[in-house]
Design a protein around this ligand. Structure first.
Ligand SMILES: Nc1nc2c(ncn2[C@@H]2O[C@H](COP(=O)(O)OP(=O)(O)OP(=O)(O)O)[C@@H](O)[C@H]2O)c(=O)[nH]1
Length: 965
């Protein structure tokens, strides 16, 4: 709210501003009467002339050109008949609009010109309105005094309408822009008297509201909203601008500057106010602002806050990830946790899990979990009911519109249920007998906690896709079979080669470490900014097969896990993830109390996580429900267009921007897969299994292959070359929900770097994508003696660049994905007509003489650039080395959804003749503080900063040396 007194310092100027406002107020008081009369007059005219004509122009009518339908001349005559002085304002009106807009007829009574563009009373100024009333005789019966524009004489006083028009003129055309106190008082009196006229206006609510406002303005108690103030000042400013065009007047100039300044100040004030309320609102939400949202850009967070303002709610969904080796008993454990599966009221596939099975569960009051599908009605009904009861939905809407929109959703059972419950609650203070049924069902789910149980397939074949779904918003149950020794080798039949890369034997301990490392790596705790809260529960199965008493079994289970954990480094951050309580179960005994205890611990652990109680916009409930409904119809992937259509069906559509944000957050939280880029933004993957299914199609198993394709199929199995006819075969053998989305499948696989099209390398056409793909995770050919590739003798070559992964953990899929990135970036090197792509090593052609070699072992990815021409000077291509390094580093970073780095960049001793795995590696960062570091592997010598960095890190080296100077 703002006061007029704040605008100008000069009292008479303030009076002038007040007079200006008084005129506006008076106009608003006359609007109802004038507008009504204009409508009545129009109706009357057309009730006499009958039909209509929109073809005659004002000029035609004015020059008495006969109307072809004999309409307009009659209307014209009627207008003239009602004019007090017969001097109509033809310039302002358009005869063609007379029939459709009554205000066009009213405009005939306005001043001679200046009103052609106005089309209603709202955009007509005081002078226009008052002239209409003065000139049109139809107002005679609305006023208690004779209407005359005559000046007052000794015998007659001036008519109030005339006096009011004179005030308007005096104020708007004042050359000094000042009004004395006496004049102002007189203005108030005249305008109030007019608005209080006993004939009609005294009983008109608009007129009386204006009288009240004039009184407040007079007493200086009228407060304007900032919007009103701006409106007033802008009108003043526009008038001043117009006036300044005609006369150069310094005092006017000054006044205009002052007005403009004042407008700016008010706008600034509004901005600051808005910002401060926004900031304080943001502050009030910040505590509960989901971390995923905090990481978004300014625009997205603002959108999120806006959505929150329409109502928010705490979302407490536990993602429970059950992981472990094939056949350890994960599915059996999940079955024992969920009521329906335990009690066999729901058929569950007894087969080995393929990909991931996800079960959405609801927490019952007794602590048990039951499938959410049966309670979905209650779940959403309850949540919407809460919102409707709190009135947050209706707050921003007019009640009638809200009702209409609800009616549109008659078929929405869940919404109608929620509204019905809400209505009853609103209508009755205490719930009577008839609501028992509802309250009972609501009671069952009073707790808002939901659990999504993810049962991961244990077969290593799937491991390279599982990583997409691991995130820190999960509680993990890592399951180990207590009858298998940690040292036992995992059987090859599990497709172990695919994940092991260069490692040819894999133990149960390796699998255990793989999962814990993967959990840690995908938890964004690497940067060490936040403390890790335990989120992993260790569970041992086959208790019944263990020897000894119950205590001994328990003791052995603890020993087993202690041994497994001891294989990590002493200071490994992995330990912080592990929950102190472990569980030993016999899955064949569903009534074992261990399952209830495990459920309890899972909930308790989840409630301690940072993401617990985070708040989300309530209007996202419906969208969440929409996705669930689509899932329930067994739809695994949907077109974005369909999601948008469904959104529009919702009571509170999110709109495309908010919908995209909603989907991006759902993706971050692992509930769906949605990439807001390229062709992929046209799809939403509702069931993560779909991606795994799509991936699985590319893994050769016992498919039946057409004889015509057999040769290429063999080439695919041996060299991972996926020709179009093999791709057709892969698609043909896939289920309908995969091959019907063929192009989406290919797009996703390319985006996730599972497949990549190689580039041409022939002279003149280098760098054009070929028409087939390579599937790096299928590369099984062992490289011939590794050192020949990594350290070719007598060739100019860069030192070896190494990306050493933290926690000594690198899933092989990372290397495969990096190979895919390189395949897209540079042509693959060929030797005797064969691609130089092996299991764990790949060579690319950078230009005529340089090749890039990348390979990996354990947790280190290596890269080296080699020149085939012996006399070449490496120095000429330093820029190329920088470019390659940046590309490799960026790609590896992009494989994680987290901000912090999970690897360290190192340089291997440049003097090392043959590159040795994990030997002579120097962390590049260390050269920032020292000029040389001793190499303890080669003959004792020092590796200088310059030698270590001049190839791969030239830019960094230059910066450090400049700083040193
Ligand atoms: N004796 C005994 N058998 C068990 C136990 N847990 C699981 N099994 C059996 O082990 C076999 C495999 O169990 P699943 O639950 O399918 O194993 P999984 O880990 O889900 O297997 P994948 O889904 O293929 O990774 C089944 O025949 C189970 O009955 C247990 O605690 N004791």
């Amino acid at each position: 709210m703002a006061s007029l007194a704040d605008v100008y310092k000069d009292k008479e100027r303030t009076n002038w501003l007040k007079a200006w406002l008084a005129i506006d107020i008076a106009k608003s008081g006359l609007e109802h009467l004038a507008d009504n009369e204009a409508q009545n007059f129009h109706r009357l005219i057309y009730s006499h002339v009958g039909s209509s004509c929109t073809s005659c122009t004002t000029a035609n009518v004015q020059h008495k050109k006969p109307c072809p339908r004999k309409i307009c001349d009659q209307v014209y005559q009627k207008i003239i008949n009602e004019h007090r002085y017969n001097s109509l304002s033809w310039k302002n009106t358009s005869a063609q609009l007379w029939q459709t807009n009554y205000w066009e007829i009213a405009k005939c009574y306005f001043p001679p010109d200046g009103y052609a563009a106005t089309s209603s009373i709202r955009d007509t100024d005081f002078n226009g309105v008052i002239s209409f009333m003065l000139n049109c005789k139809r107002f005679d019966s609305s006023m208690s005094f004779p209407i005359t524009t005559g000046k007052p004489t000794t015998r007659t006083s001036a008519c109030l309408l005339y006096k009011a028009r004179e005030i308007g003129k005096a104020v708007r055309h004042s050359s000094v822009m000042k009004v004395t106190d006496v004049e102002l008082l007189d203005y108030f009196t005249t305008l109030s008297n007019l608005l209080n006229d006993s004939c009609y206006l005294i009983g008109d609510s608009d007129a009386q509201k204006a009288v009240k406002e004039l009184e407040e303005l007079k007493k200086d108690t009228l407060l304007l909203t900032t919007a009103e103030m701006i409106c007033l000042l802008e009108a003043v400013d526009a008038t001043l601008k117009k006036r300044l065009k005609d006369v150069v007047d310094t005092s006017l100039n000054e006044l205009r500057d002052n007005t403009a300044l004042c407008i700016d100040e008010i706008k600034d004030y509004i901005d600051t106010w808005n910002q401060s309320t926004e900031t304080s609102y943001k502050k009030s939400c910040e505590d509960k602002l989901p971390k995923d949202v905090q990481q978004l850009d300014e625009k997205a967070t603002t959108l999120f806050y806006k959505a929150l303002k329409h109502g928010k709610e705490q979302v407490n969904n536990i993602r429970l990830m059950v992981v472990g080796m094939f056949g350890v008993g994960k599915t059996s454990l999940v079955n024992n946790l969920i009521w329906e599966f335990r009690n066999k009221t729901h058929t569950k596939q007894p087969l080995s899990t393929e990909g991931i099975d996800i079960h959405r569960c609801k927490l019952m009051t007794d602590g048990d979990w039951c499938l959410d599908t049966e309670l979905i009605r209650v779940k959403f009904g309850d949540r919407i009911e809460k919102v409707v009861s709190k009135n947050t939905v209706t707050a921003t809407e007019d009640h009638e519109t809200f009702k209409e929109r609800i009616a549109l959703h008659k078929g929405d059972e869940i919404l109608q249920h929620g509204i019905k419950v809400a209505k009853r609650k609103l209508e009755t203070t205490s719930l009577d007998e008839s609501t028992n049924e509802i309250t009972t069902s609501l009671d069952e789910s009073t707790n808002e906690i939901t659990v999504s149980v993810w049962d991961f397939a244990g077969q290593t074949l799937y491991y390279s896709t599982h990583q997409f779904f691991l995130n820190e918003r999960s509680i993990y149950v890592v399951v180990m079979d207590m009858t298998r020794s940690l040292k036992d080798i995992v059987s090859k039949s599990d497709g172990i080669g695919i994940w092991c890369g260069l490692v040819d034997s894999c133990t149960y301990l390796d699998i255990f470490k793989f999962w814990l490392n993967a959990i840690h790596m995908n938890s964004d705790y690497q940067s060490g900014e936040r403390t890790i809260k335990p989120n992993v529960i260790l569970v041992g199965t086959r208790k019944d097969k263990m020897k000894g008493s119950a205590e001994e079994k328990e003791e052995n289970m603890n020993l087993y896990f202690d041994n497994a954990l001891c294989s990590f480094d002493k200071h490994s951050p992995i330990f912080n993830h592990i929950y102190k309580n472990r569980f030993l179960v016999n899955n064949l005994c569903p009534e074992d109390s261990a399952f209830a205890e495990l459920r309890k611990e899972i909930i308790s652990l989840a409630t301690k996580q940072d993401y617990w109680d985070e708040e989300y916009p309530v209007r996202w409930i419906h969208m969440e429900q929409t996705l669930d409904k689509m899932r329930d119809k067994k739809r695994q992937i949907v077109k974005m267009k369909d999601v948008e259509k469904e959104d529009l069906e919702n009571l509170h559509p999110l709109g495309i921007e908010e919908l995209t944000l909603f989907l991006e957050l759902q993706h971050k939280q692992g509930n769906i897969i949605f990439f807001n880029s390229g062709a992929l933004k046209d799809f939403v993957v509702l069931a993560p299994q779909w991606i795994i299914e799509a991936f699985k199609c590319f893994i050769p198993h016992n498919q039946k292959i057409e004889a015509t394709v057999l040769k290429d199929w063999e080439e695919y199995k041996q060299y991972a070359i996926l020709k179009p006819n093999v791709l057709d075969e892969v698609m043909k053998n896939s289920p309908p929900y995969i091959h019907e989305y063929r192009s989406a499948v290919i797009n996703y696989m390319e985006y996730l770097n599972v497949i990549a099209k190689p580039l041409t390398s022939e002279e003149g056409i280098t760098g054009i994508p070929l028409d087939f793909h390579i599937v790096p995770c299928l590369l099984s050919r062992a490289p011939p003696p590794l050192h020949i590739f990594t350290s070719p003798p007598d060739k100019p070559q860069t030192p070896v660049l190494a990306f050493v992964f933290c926690g000594k953990f690198l899933p092989p899929s990372f290397f495969h994905r990096l190979v895919a990135v390189c395949i897209r970036a540079w042509p693959i090197c060929q030797e005797r007509g064969q691609y130089c792509l092996f299991n764990g090593l790949a060579i690319f052609t950078l230009n005529d003489t340089y090749t890039l070699r990348i390979w990996y072992m354990d947790y280190i990815i290596y890269a080296r650039i080699v020149c085939c021409s012996e006399n070449e000077q490496l120095d000429n291509f330093i820029w190329l080395f920088q470019e390659v390094r940046r590309k490799l580093k960026k790609s590896l970073k992009d494989f994680f959804y987290q901000s912090s780095s999970v690897f360290e960049e190192c340089i291997q001793c440049p003097d090392m003749k043959v590159s040795l795995h994990n030997e002579g590696l120097f962390i590049v960062k260390k050269f920032k503080y020292t000029n040389a570091i001793a190499c303890r592997v080669c003959n004792p010598h020092a590796v200088t900063r310059s030698n270590a960095m001049k190839h791969w890190f030239k830019e960094k080296l230059d910066r450090i040396e400049t700083d040193d100077d």
